[in-house]
Write a protein that binds this ligand. Structure first.
Ligand SMILES: C[S@@+](CC[C@H](N)C(=O)[O-])C[C@H]1O[C@@H](n2cnc3c(N)ncnc32)[C@H](O)[C@@H]1O
Length: 292
């Protein structure tokens, strides 16, 4: 299938966005997963659907001290780029979970082509209700996805549940001061663009801490977000110039304008990209026994 073949589905998706009630979390999640299943996403972002690409994934793996033979969960794994990189370069086994059936099918196909299907598997599942047992993984990575989950506290609690005591969680995510968000980016399209429901860094660390994990490292990688926005803007301009008939229903000029404004918010220091590592305490703290 070519990118041009998928353009009508982009227009259909845009229409579906307009029909979705933004207050219905299940509909919001389904739309987000469908959007990332479009071939066109790869045209904008390449194979890594997160700012910083493979370089930032390697930085995250170093910060988490991933060890060969660790069993790793990639939560919201997309088309499996991070999972495959970690298996190939760090010798870990990975289970990737993503809500999008298209992404999971592609990720499985890529694992087979790379000869890694025995060590890297993918399942359709919701990060807010993970299809994994308690304490079943040594480490979890979650890249550019927490910002899209409607119930971040539920997702953080699930990540903490499936992590074994002493295990490590590594997140990279968009952070943002919600006060600075452009009104037009507050809707569903803004959520898919990872902006509408991105939270300030303090709130992200708080969400993770409330799930019972200890945050041990926070790094800012704001330039990575700027580069991604610039890349998207350049490609939107190119699509606009191409003037493809199936895209005539979309306001690409507005898209370019919003990308430019989003870049401005990052340049002003009100949004960016954060890397965070947290650990689950080695043994759950016993309940305090009162001595009378
Ligand atoms: C920006 S992409 C990031 C993908 C991948 N982590 C990467 O860095 O390449 C966000 C992904 O989150 C997935 N997603 C959104 N909501 C989800 C949920 N509730 N549970 C699992 N996956 C979800 C989408 O389907 C999409 O593939």
């Amino acid at each position: 299938m070519t990118t041009t073949d998928t353009l009508p589905s982009l227009v259909q998706l845009a229409q579906r966005f307009q029909a979705v009630n933004g207050d219905d979390p299940e509909a919001v999640k389904a739309c987000c997963a469908a959007a990332y299943g479009l071939d066109l996403v790869a045209l904008f972002l390449g194979d890594s659907y997160h700012p910083g690409g493979a370089a930032l994934t390697r930085r995250l793996a170093d910060a988490m001290e991933l060890r060969a033979l660790d069993r790793v969960l990639d939560a919201a794994a997309g088309v499996g780029t991070t999972a495959l990189l970690l298996a190939r370069e760090r010798g870990v086994d990975v289970i990737g979970v993503d809500l999008g059936e298209v992404q999971v099918a592609r990720a499985r196909g890529r694992a087979r082509r790379f000869g890694l299907a025995d060590r890297v598997g993918f399942e359709v599942g919701d990060a807010e209700r993970l299809p994994l047992g308690d304490g079943s993984v040594d480490a979890i990575v979650c890249e550019c996805a927490l910002c899209t989950f409607p119930d971040k506290a539920a997702a953080a609690a699930e990540l903490a549940r499936v992590l074994r005591p002493g295990g490590r969680l590594g997140i990279t995510d968009v952070w943002l001061d919600p006060e600075r968000l452009d009104r037009e980016l507050r809707g569903l399209a803004g959520r898919v663009a990872c902006l509408a429901d991105a939270r300030p860094i303090a709130e992200i660390t708080d969400t993770v801490s409330r799930a019972g994990l200890s945050v041990t490292r926070v790094e800012r990688h704001d330039d990575a977000l700027l580069e991604t926005i610039d890349q998207v803007e350049t490609r939107l301009r190119a699509l606009r110039l191409a003037d493809l008939p199936p895209l005539r229903g979309l306001d690409l000029r507005r898209g370019v304008e919003l990308a430019r404004r989003a870049a401005e918010v990052v340049r002003c220091g009100d949004a960016g990209y954060v890397l965070l590592v947290a650990t689950r305490p080695p043994m759950d703290t016993p309940c305090a026994v009162s001595s009378t």
